[in-house]
Design a protein around this ligand. Structure first.
Ligand code: 2AM
Ligand code: CA
Ligand code: CA
Ligand code: CA
Length: 258
């Protein structure tokens, strides 16, 4: 068994080390490529940051399995020991266009069970971290469990294209909330929900987008599942909804398949 605190002492240093690489690397000028479309970008900094984490994992935790957005993709179901999920830059479009509102995320599992989650708000230099039995912290300060706010009383983070296409009645969901917000980074969206600043967040996400945030959300008793109530398996992409219990139930009913 691995000790959460022992892993944490190591991992938190990695975020301190990537910050100047990310910020100064952007200042020097980015190499930008399209992945699947002009809206889906990757930069040299995304690739270099993932490589940095992989080297650190291999040095400090040999024998680990790794699933990274910009590299090889191990399967959590074939991971005998530690399993790491890496999203080196989450919100690459924001990183490129604004140099703000992006995050760097790592999730850690041991024998398929969630151990630790990390969302690093690089620009503000705040590390959101925690895990089962630990609670959730912003740097050294513990976050309270968010109030169980109803949909009508809270802002809802959403995916822009899903809102525009009225995916599964999403526009009605937004009408019943206090308003929609589109931040463009799953990590930043999760932070708002963890802090009780948004009542929920809904988007179509891959494991590296949802793994870290979901570990943190579960540690704060938030609901985090697909909109059809399925557990996230860290293998599949899906329509992920993280929300207070009340908002989760209201949104999933409004979006129920007909
Ligand atoms: P990324 O920047 O790491 O790719 C808004 O685009 C949010 O959705 C970001 O967190 C982004 O993560 C994620 N996302 C997931 N799939 C995406 C896609 N195909 N194109 C752009 N962003 C995607
Ligand atoms: Ca991407
Ligand atoms: Ca992402
Ligand atoms: Ca990414």
């Amino acid at each position: 068994m691995y000790d959460q605190q022992q892993i944490h002492q190591e991992v938190k240093q990695w975020f301190r080390q990537v910050r100047p690489r990310i910020l100064e690397g952007r200042e020097r000028g980015l190499d930008i490529e399209n992945k699947t479309s002009r809206l889906d970008l990757v930069t040299n900094i995304d690739k270099e940051t993932e490589k940095f984490y992989r080297q650190k994992i291999a040095e400090s935790f040999p024998g680990s399995s790794v699933l990274g957005e910009e590299g090889s993709k191990d399967d959590i179901n074939n991971a005998p020991g530690l399993f790491w999920v890496i999203d080196p830059i989450d919100g690459t479009m924001n990183f490129v266009k604004q140099g703000a509102s992006f995050a760097s995320m790592i999730a850690v599992y041991y024998q398929q069970k969630p151990l630790l989650g990390y969302i690093y708000d690089v620009v503000h230099d705040h590390l959101y971290w925690g895990g089962h039995g630990l609670g959730v912290y912003c740097d050294d300060k513990q976050l309270p469990v968010p109030e169980n706010t109803a949909l009508k009383d809270g802002l809802l983070g959403v995916n822009g294209p899903m809102l525009m296409s009225n995916y599964r009645n999403l526009q009605e969901v937004v009408k019943q909330s206090a308003g929609a917000r589109i931040y463009g980074s799953a990590g930043i969206e999760y932070i708002h929900v963890l802090k009780g600043k948004c009542v929920g967040y809904l988007s179509h996400l891959s494991p590296w987008d949802y793994a870290a945030g979901s570990i943190l959300a579960e540690s704060l008793n938030l609901s985090v599942k697909t909109i059809d109530g399925k557990t996230l398996d860290v293998v599949s992409s899906g329509d992920v909804l993280v929300a207070t219990d009340k908002a989760y139930n209201q949104i999933s009913s409004l979006m129920a398949a007909e």
